[in-house]
Design a protein around this ligand. Structure first.
Ligand code: AMP
Ligand code: ZN
Length: 423
């Protein structure tokens, strides 16, 4: 669709979205406070007069303040990965799911997935959107879809071999590890498998990581961007030219803004991605601050698609990090640690990649009388800290207890997270 026509479609859908938003307690109240006439929000420019919606807003609106349809119209809910207190939930009507399915199917078709493919979905099924979201898109195309989920590498490898899987959906960090495990079984991921397309996403990764994955498997790896608040996978996706991700502008209004001022960025300038849903009824969200940093380009793509492209995600404007596909905020770790009386005042979170495996090591200073005390007590303390962290962040970190005063301190803002994983 020519860009002008796409813009007209966006405005038509925006108007419908505003009318949906007015059915939610959150936006009704917000419009009343702002004294803005919602009927006047017709164009993307008008939209920019509205304030952003944040993750905090979604949390405070739990459970139903963002719901625009009667609950009986809702057929599913999803939530983001990780566990920061109150979850943010997104509701879908049957039609919302139908549209999302087509959105994902469009992405997969774009990179060459067809009904003859065997699709192994190695993402977690459940509240996280990467499992079911991709699953239905692949089924829509008629590919034989294997809902294998995450983990159990031996079984993954067996399925890859036995069914001659041609397409996988996989975390980039896991793809590198899996290649290694396949080799350690005496197999060659290139020669002994039949993979030709890999969809990689859900966590930041670099062009170098992509190249390594492609070389290891002898397949094409396409970057897939999404977030649960905006459905999940399928928000933006690379085309065969691998030159940025087409952001589907018939589903969202894209803005890239300066994270400090909120002002629009110019083409090519890195800023925060802000998205408005325009093709969804149950949970309309206006100007959602994703906190993901990227730039956009409106340059025509050789593939012919007119949807603008965003760059690879360059980082976050908050301190969230993603570990093995799970979103984690350092404050979650801090809360657990500071609740344990034996723990001192300083700690740090070290992320590293060792033997293709991502590890999280939490170094914790403990009070000095304990440090030089009973060894068994120390071991029990360490295990307790580990278990409490696990129940908060859902992954098990390594915990190292250190003597007080041994971790580096900074004047000014403390740096807690040291990420040595090469993206
Ligand atoms: P969730 O809501 O749990 O699906 O997490 C969404 C977040 O994962 C996004 O806001 C990004 O920070 C991150 N993410 C998803 N896909 C990508 C990708 N292709 N590259 C970088 N980060 C990604
Ligand atoms: Zn393209």
């Amino acid at each position: 669709m020519p860009q002008e026509e796409l813009a007209r479609l966006q405005e038509e859908r925006l108007r419908h979205t505003i009318s949906q938003a007015l059915k939610t307690p959150f936006y009704r109240q917000r419009f009343a406070q702002l004294k803005v006439d919602p009927g006047k929000i017709k164009t993307v420019k008008d939209l920019q007069r509205l304030p952003f919606t944040t993750k905090e807003d979604l949390r405070q609106g739990f459970p139903f303040d963002f719901l625009a349809v009667p609950l009986e119209e809702v057929v599913r809910l999803h939530s983001s990965s990780g566990t920061t207190g109150t979850p943010t939930v997104i509701y879908h009507t049957a039609q919302d799911l139908e549209r999302w399915t087509n959105q994902v199917a469009r992405c997969l078709y774009m990179v060459g997935v067809r009904k003859t493919d065997i699709f192994q979905n190695m993402m977690s099924y459940g509240l996280f959107t990467g499992g079911l979201g991709m699953h239905y898109g692949a089924e829509r195309l008629g590919a034989m879809t294997i809902p294998i989920g995450t983990g159990n590498s031996k079984r993954q490898i067996w399925f890859l071999q036995f069914f001659k899987t041609t397409v996988v959906h996989i975390l980039p960090s896991y793809a590198l590890l899996l290649a290694q495990l396949i080799k350690s079984e005496g197999l060659d991921p290139k020669r002994d498998l039949n993979l030709h397309i890999m969809l990689i996403g859900a966590e930041p990764h670099s062009e170098e990581t992509r190249k390594r994955i492609e070389e290891a498997f002898g397949a094409k790896a396409y970057n897939s961007y999404g977030l649960s608040e905006m459905n999940g996978p399928g928000v933006a996706f690379e085309c065969p030219y691998q030159n940025g991700m087409h952001l589907w502008e018939d589903y969202y209004i894209l803005e890239v803004v300066d994270p400090k001022t909120g002002e629009p960025c110019r083409e090519g300038e890195v800023g925060e991605i802000v998205l408005t849903t325009i093709y969804r009824d149950a949970t309309p969200i206006l100007r959602y601050r994703t906190r993901d940093l990227a730039s956009f380009t409106a340059e025509p793509c050789p593939c012919g698609r007119t949807h603008r492209r965003i760059s690879r995600i360059q980082g976050r404007s908050d301190d969230m990090f993603i570990f093995r596909g799970v979103n984690i905020f350092p404050i979650q770790i801090e809360k657990v640690l500071m609740n344990i009386p034996e723990v001192g005042n300083n700690y740090r979170i070290v992320l590293a990649r060792e033997d293709y495996r991502d590890i999280m090591r939490i170094e914790v200073e403990i009070k000095s009388e304990l440090f030089f005390g009973d060894l068994q007590k120390l071991e029990r303390l360490q295990e307790r800290i580990q278990a409490e962290l696990r129940s908060e962040i859902l992954v098990t970190p390594e915990v190292i207890l250190v003597e007080p005063g041994t971790l580096p301190t900074q004047e000014g803002k403390a740096q807690r997270v040291f990420d040595h994983r090469q993206m």
